[in-house]
Design a protein around this ligand. Structure first.
Ligand code: ABU
Length: 370
């Protein structure tokens, strides 16, 4: 090992925040919470991303607490997921439980909150830096406050802590004429370029290279902001997705290790991937196993490809929902060890294993994989 590499390893070993990619051995993770969850507002930027029946129900119930019949089974699954992570030797950190029903306002608008089920969206970890993202959903404006005790602790212990410019989220940011694209139409987005906005979950990290999909919560100015913030040491590449209502990259494309890429065949055309990814092995995700439970289907905020929302413990082991037997079997065929864990009820709160977590420490250093 050269001197530079050993110094880097020593710095990384000291800092509580250290994560450069999606596959290095996982040491510490933030897992979201369900307590205090409130049905998100019926702002168009929210409803445009919620599938069919759930969108109608959500509009009618916006601002009310999620009912017990949704919270309880999801909480039980979440407890099992946390116990599993701990049994694998991963340190689990949790945000505070807060009352998301409380109303708040800015000079321009007011809203109630949503929940802190998905730390993947509101914070981005790049090396020893943890960055609060400028989110486009008004009901998520103060979501990172429930992580402030954790963030202050990481900061005191040496992490870098940043917040992107707080967006105004006034009407100028949203296209009033937006309609979801029909099949065959060019993908379009509800966001204008009024100001930079992005969710961290629209990015994935491969060391010095980050990849992003534009979406209904991430605009071009948001991507540019992050590019300029990270500077010359990093490159950000845009990936074209055919998802008609894109929100978050982790049900579209996800790296499983250096040189291996899981793709959603409905949204990704491998020929249109950035050139640097064309040398990587493309693992085509199998058709998701259908969810026939009516309640689960009606209450889900997510699409069917949540089967891809898996969490890598390291380059071999991945946490997968056992409902998704096609994914479990395919993972084995590709040489992975899928670890089963049930989390289907969490879809009503915005995601599965990748969304529900933020990997704060993975053992490894900053590398270039291309
Ligand atoms: N938060 C990620 C879920 C994206 C999807 O509905 O596919």
């Amino acid at each position: 090992m050269n001197v530079h590499a050993s110094v880097e390893r020593a710095i990384a070993a000291d800092c509580p925040v250290n994560s450069h990619n999606e596959w290095d051995p996982l040491e510490e993770i933030i897992v979201g919470r369900l307590e205090g969850s409130t049905i998100p507002s019926d702002h168009p930027v929210v409803t445009c991303n919620i599938p069919g029946m759930a969108a109608r129900a959500q509009s009618l119930a916006a601002g009310f607490r999620f009912p017990k019949f949704m919270i309880e089974p999801a909480q039980q699954e979440l407890d099992g997921f946390i116990a599993l992570l701990e049994s694998l030797g991963v340190k689990v950190t949790r945000p505070d439980a807060v009352n998301h029903k409380a109303k708040f306002s800015t000079p321009h608008w007011s809203s109630r909150g949503f929940c802190n089920s998905c730390p993947r969206d509101s914070m981005l970890v790049i090396g020893d830096e943890i960055l609060e993202t400028p989110m486009a959903w008004p009901c998520r404006y103060f979501e990172t406050h429930s992580y402030r005790e954790i963030l202050k602790d990481y900061f005191r212990r040496g992490a870098r802590w940043t917040s992107a410019p707080k967006p105004q989220l006034t009407d100028e940011l949203f296209d009033p004429n937006f309609k979801l694209p029909e099949k065959g139409e060019e993908i379009r987005y509800i966001l204008t370029e009024f100001e930079p906005v992005f969710d961290a979950a629209d990015f994935f990290r491969c060391g010095r290279d980050l990849f992003v999909t534009r979406s209904n919560v991430t605009n071009a100015m948001g991507i540019d902001w992050l590019r300029r913030h990270l500077g010359d040491g990093y490159r950000i590449h845009e990936i074209k997705s055919r998802c008609p209502n894109p929100m978050h990259i982790d049900t579209t494309i996800l790296p499983l290790g250096p040189g291996r890429l899981l793709i959603n065949p409905e949204y990704i055309n491998p020929d249109e991937l950035p050139d640097i990814l064309k040398k990587w092995d493309i693992l085509v995700a199998p058709e998701p196993d259908p969810i026939n439970d009516r309640i689960l289907a009606i209450t889900s905020m997510c699409g069917k490809w949540l089967s891809m929302n898996i969490l890598a413990i390291d380059e071999k082991r991945v946490i997968v929902d056992p409902h998704h037997t096609n994914m479990m079997r395919q993972m084995e065929k590709w040489g992975y060890e899928p670890i089963p864990c049930s989390l289907l009820h969490y879809a009503a709160f915005g995601g599965a294993f990748h969304c529900a977590t933020l990997d704060v420490r993975r053992r490894g250093t900053l590398e270039s994989y291309f």
